[in-house]
Design a protein around this ligand. Sequence first.
Ligand SMILES: *Cc1c(COP(=O)(O)O)cnc(C)c1O
Length: 465
Amino acid sequence: MQYVSTRGSAPALDFEGVTLAGLAKDGGLYLPTEWPRFSEAEIAEMAGLSYPELATRVMMPFVGDSLNEEGLRSLCEQAYGRFAHDAVTPLVQLDQRQWLLELFHGPTLAFKDVALQLLGLLFETFLGRSGKRLTIVGATSGDTGSAAIDAVAGREGVEIFMLHPKGRVSEVQRRQMTTVRAPNVHNIAIEGSFDDAQAMVKRMFVDEALTSRMQIGAVNSINWARLMAQVVYYFAAGLQLGAPRRAAAYSVPTGNFGDVFAGYVAHKMGLPIKQLIVATNVNDILHRALTSGDYSAGTVTPTATPSMDIQVSSNFERLLFDCGGRDGAALAEQMRGFEGARSMQLTNAQREGASGLFVSARTDGDEMAQALRWAHERAGQVLDPHTAIGLHAARISDLDPSVPIVTLATAHPAKFSDAVERATGMRPALPARVGDLFSREEHYTELPGDYEAVRDFVSETAATD
Ligand SMILES: *Cc1c(COP(=O)(O)O)cnc(C)c1O
């Protein structure tokens, strides 16, 4: 399987290449040259498989010659063996038609574990073969940092530097990063905001003083392997609800459009999907783009759902490429226009390509709290605020009531206990397996909000042989 860039001028790579590369050299994102497709009979045969076995079947066509089937199965067994539920992503029924797909049973209680646990193992496997090293630098406002750190802690060949804005992440989130004890994990608390930290990371990727000494890698959802791993749970839920005979809809709390793009890929591979509901909070650029074609960035409004507080949604570019006729040169031009003006209009082809499958909904803070209360009072389920945005969008859907709707539950409610308590009066407790978080010792380095100081720390600390 070969992968091409959405901007048309970076070299094609195989699966191992795209996993280690992250962003394409031309600034685009990698996608497979064509979508593998399962027949109805092949999908029917997937019913009842264990999660690691299902993951192997669904991902094998993307992996090509980079791993054999035995190798992939072994990585899936290791990655998903770390989840606290045997089903890995259990499906829970809320009422006659509403379902919840719980994606938060991984080590850091967020859905990002599903993909990152596998990605950490893929890094180790591919780097072990070539004897190369990869230095990951990232900035986090919470969930991505802890999931990435847990995924690479102790893995051979890879080292991680994670920047967080000092005093601006929650205590649970900070402790989930700083109590991990491994020689290849470095937490840095910088003076400044998340945007300051993010700007430093972007500079490091193009700083000769660093890139001449080490290969720098990324773990955000521009990495194709993350999206690929997320396709699997759409199949897991669909099969339980009657695929390939019956189609379900999915409501997805959305930020960078990674999770919901994985649903689009599942659909392309033959899984019957009636609709994908793109659920946004008041930071609604995707809702505006999908309803009126207007993709224009404003300023971020902070909300109780910080993982969805985005203005520019990086993976949306993948949809525009695939729906708009896969013309890399034209898309590169369109994206350059957007980067200049912070605004663009979708083409007719892009709008028509997306309109059959995607709908969208924007949910404000009151509606989110209402959905939290409904789930608690009517279905006995305590949700996290991100999941509640998805559930609100699912409940106002005008789909035929015979279609089951699966809301993706993207975080454990205890990660956002203040917001949950405000809405329901209930304070969710951390699960027992992470209960000693508050007694474990923290390790991190504090640095000023000064690029050179951070760059020099990375350069001097990273192992380079
Ligand atoms: C990252 C995240 C999201 C958004 O996922 P995208 O793939 O960026 O759309 C939603 N909810 C939670 C809890 C998250 O951590």
